[in-house]
Design a protein around this ligand. Structure first.
Ligand code: FEO
Length: 392
């Protein structure tokens, strides 16, 4: 593999993982993913920006086969998909030093047992000259761990952003294409970034003062349209949610399904966009992506023994972890002889700071009076969504 030139003295060492099935053993990867390292060559020094997942270290070293000297390894993030090959790089280039912040150093020592004397610590805003190439380090905690930072290469106006602005897309194209990268970026954002929306808002403001020609993330292609990328992040992390209801449901004997269908029909008649996901074919990625911009989440569940269906429990737990910006939640479903489906679901989602709209839990197969309750819930959602727009 040959390094691919992005700009003068700046090279992409992208390690594609086309056939990886799951990220974090959780989120399906229909278009694979990649782990991107970069090389920046100044007139005096050479810096490697991050590394690659150790499973793919051989590809990284193939890129580096003609590289005689690496002076610095900039480590933005201690998670192993970017840092895991650093010990191997240090073996190959024993004079190289790891440049990072104090928190990342601590985590790299814990996770990878890199010795303390191998680190150069940089402060927020500090610079490092490679000779005609100036790296500026910018602390951006919580995108995605507490130690994360990014690096701005002043001369080439290139932002090395690590996880920030990444996408789950393995591709041979150097630069992203907006229509192609949008969904893989959303899939990435939904799992990795969404729980940290308030940090993202602050980081977008911090980065607004930089003139950025390229965003070089550590997953997916390089972006040469930074405005597009910043705008979609602003939309997902900062803007009001969409006029959209996410209905995640499962049904055992059809009663919950009847309630769901009635709700969906009434919502659509009221001009609300609906995404309906059946948990029988649980796709955590689809659920996570739908959570990014839905203003309302409705969980539909039958009662299994005394509680909600286990798949509904899992979906509620996942939604709670991802902290979506939904404003309203509700639960609909049925029971045979009793149970505590609503209380259990409510107890599972304390992180979702949303108004709970009156649940509809009915006994047995829905009668006309039960369907009227669904109509009332739909009417309430339509009313609550006034002023929201459907952008998805
Ligand atoms: Fe791509 Fe948080 O590591």
């Amino acid at each position: 593999m040959k390094p691919v030139t992005i700009a003068d003295g700046v090279y992409s060492l992208r390690v594609n993982h086309f056939n990886r099935k799951l990220f974090d053993s959780l989120i399906p990867l229909p278009e694979g993913t990649s782990y991107n390292a970069y090389l920046v060559k100044g007139s005096e020094k050479t810096a490697l920006i991050d590394s690659a997942d150790p499973d793919k270290a051989a590809v990284l070293f193939d890129y580096l086969k003609d590289e005689k000297k690496i002076d610095y390894i900039v480590s933005h993030h201690a998670e192993q998909d970017h840092s895991g090959s650093i010990p191997l790089v240090l073996e190959r280039y024993p004079a190289a030093m790891v440049v990072t912040n104090p928190k990342c150093k601590e985590l790299l020592m814990t996770h990878l047992h890199i010795p303390e004397e191998k680190f150069i610590i940089v402060k927020d805003g500090e610079t490092l000259s490679l000779g005609g190439k100036t790296l500026e380090f910018i602390y951006t905690p919580w995108v995605h761990w507490p130690e994360t930072m990014v690096t701005y290469l002043r001369e080439e106006k290139c932002l090395f952003s690590c996880d920030f602005f990444g996408s789950h897309l393995a591709t041979g194209e150097l630069f992203s294409v907006e229509q192609q990268v949008y969904q893989p970026m959303k899939r990435y954002y939904a799992e990795i970034m969404m729980p940290f929306r308030s940090n993202i808002k602050a980081h977008l403001e911090k980065l607004a003062k930089y003139d950025i020609s390229f965003i070089a993330p550590s997953h997916g292609p390089v972006h040469n349209n930074s405005k597009f990328v910043m705008n979609i992040y602003r939309d997902w992390a900062v803007s009001e949610p969409c006029n959209k209801v996410l209905v995640i449901y499962i049904s055992m004997h059809g009663s919950t399904y009847m309630l769901v269908n009635r709700l969906v029909s009434r919502l659509q008649e009221g001009g609300v966009c609906v995404e309906k996901l059946n948990l029988e074919q649980f796709d955590e990625g689809r659920v996570a992506m739908a959570l990014v911009d839905a203003a309302t989440i409705v969980i539909g569940t039958p009662t299994v023994l005394t509680g909600p269906h286990p798949k509904a429990v899992y979906a509620a737990h996942l939604a709670n972890l991802l902290r979506p910006k939904a404003k309203f939640v509700s639960v609909i479903g049925s029971f045979g002889w009793g149970g505590r489906a609503v209380e259990t679901i409510a107890g599972l989602i304390p992180n979702i700071k949303a108004e709970v709209l009156k649940p509809v839990i009915i006994k047995g197969m829905p009668a006309e009076a039960d369907l009227k309750l669904i109509d009332e819930l739909a009417a309430l959602i339509v009313e609550k969504h006034a002023g929201l727009v459907c952008r998805a």
